[in-house]
Design a protein. Structure first.
Length: 165
């Protein structure tokens, strides 16, 4: 890796780490200290206005419905999420944010709004377009890698099943 590539890598890793740490600190010192970053991102996946099914939310978050169920159990106990059976089809479970959940969502959204504003405010239109193209490229790469690792994980699970593990 040349010096430029090394610096870009260092900045990407640093930015990712610092965003996660800062989000965690904001939760720990605030009114929502009982929420983890993972739980906050689950609230984001549920969304602010409409109720969603567990399956829809699991797809949005790229987790299994089993993983989501564990998270939702905790969030219901903490008072951030309401869970109800669908009135038309009792097999379907719908989830939505409570008033407390919506407040936590909005506070977290404010952090992201400030972050985006800080990054984009000093940029002119061509710089904004360049930033958007660069971030889109990074996002596509991460999605491709995620899918690749998911396929490899699935293959390993199938192999283990065939071998009786």
């Amino acid at each position: 890796m040349n010096d430029y590539d090394q610096r870009v890598n260092e900045l990407l890793v640093h930015i990712f780490d610092e965003i996660m740490v800062t989000e965690e600190k904001a939760l720990q010192v605030g009114r929502f200290a009982d929420l983890s970053i993972s739980e906050m991102h689950t609230l984001e996946g549920i969304g602010l206005y409409e109720s969603r099914t567990m399956t829809e939310t699991a797809d949005i978050l790229s987790v299994t419905t089993g993983t989501l169920t564990v998270a939702i159990d905790r969030l219901v106990r903490k008072g951030y999420v309401d869970r109800q059976r669908d009135s038309d089809d009792r097999r379907i479970v719908r989830i939505k944010l409570t008033k407390k959940g919506k407040l936590a969502f909005r506070l977290h959204l404010k952090f992201h709004t400030l972050l985006v504003d800080r990054i984009t405010k000093p940029l002119d239109e061509s710089e904004k377009n360049l930033l958007l193209r660069a971030l889109t490229s990074v996002s596509l790469f991460i999605e491709e890698q995620d899918q690749r690792y998911l396929k490899n994980l699935h293959k390993a699970e199938l192999k283990a099943e065939r071998n009786g593990e």
